[in-house]
Design a protein around this ligand. Structure first.
Ligand SMILES: Cc1cc2nc3c(=O)[nH]c(=O)nc-3n(C[C@H](O)[C@H](O)[C@H](O)COP(=O)(O)O)c2cc1C
Length: 120
């Protein structure tokens, strides 16, 4: 794999990261464990992720220990009108949707990783 470091992120769905993220981590475990590795999750549909540290869900926490992940961050999520799936529609109907992404925080975290890598 032609990468020196890897950041793996995914949306949270019912307490687990999206299956593509889980599958990616499972399939490439050996290669990932040999490189500097960071994880993020995106999910909370409220301002909580910008106000405090939200710990990784249990499955992500287990993968972090297995692969020696340097850090995990939870970012706010986004669920907009028109999202597919009955659960998504139910969340929206209950007035719980919205855009809680915080691009400044995303960028600050990415820049921090860049600085750490530059020091290696
Ligand atoms: C069916 C469904 C289940 C969800 N479950 C969670 C959850 O368990 N925890 C959470 O923080 N957010 C949850 N969310 C919010 C999503 O993680 C959020 O919308 C996220 O931004 C989705 O990212 P994506 O659009 O990149 O997949 C859920 C959303 C849906 C539609």
């Amino acid at each position: 794999m032609g990468y020196d470091a890897v950041v793996v992120g995914g949306g949270l769905y019912a307490g687990r990261r999206h299956k593509d993220a889980r599958r990616f981590v499972r399939s490439h475990g050996k290669v990932l464990a040999e490189r500097p590795l960071w994880f993020f999750s995106s999910g909370p549909l409220d301002p909580s992720a910008s106000q405090r540290d939200i710990p990784p869900v249990p499955g992500v926490k287990r993968a972090m220990a297995r692969l020696d992940v340097r850090e995990h961050v939870t970012f706010g999520g986004c669920l907009r009108e028109g999202a597919k799936g009955w659960v998504a529609r139910m969340i929206l109907r209950n007035g719980k949707g919205g855009d809680f992404r915080d691009f400044e925080r995303n960028e600050a975290w990415a820049a921090k990783i860049g600085r750490e890598l530059a020091r290696m």
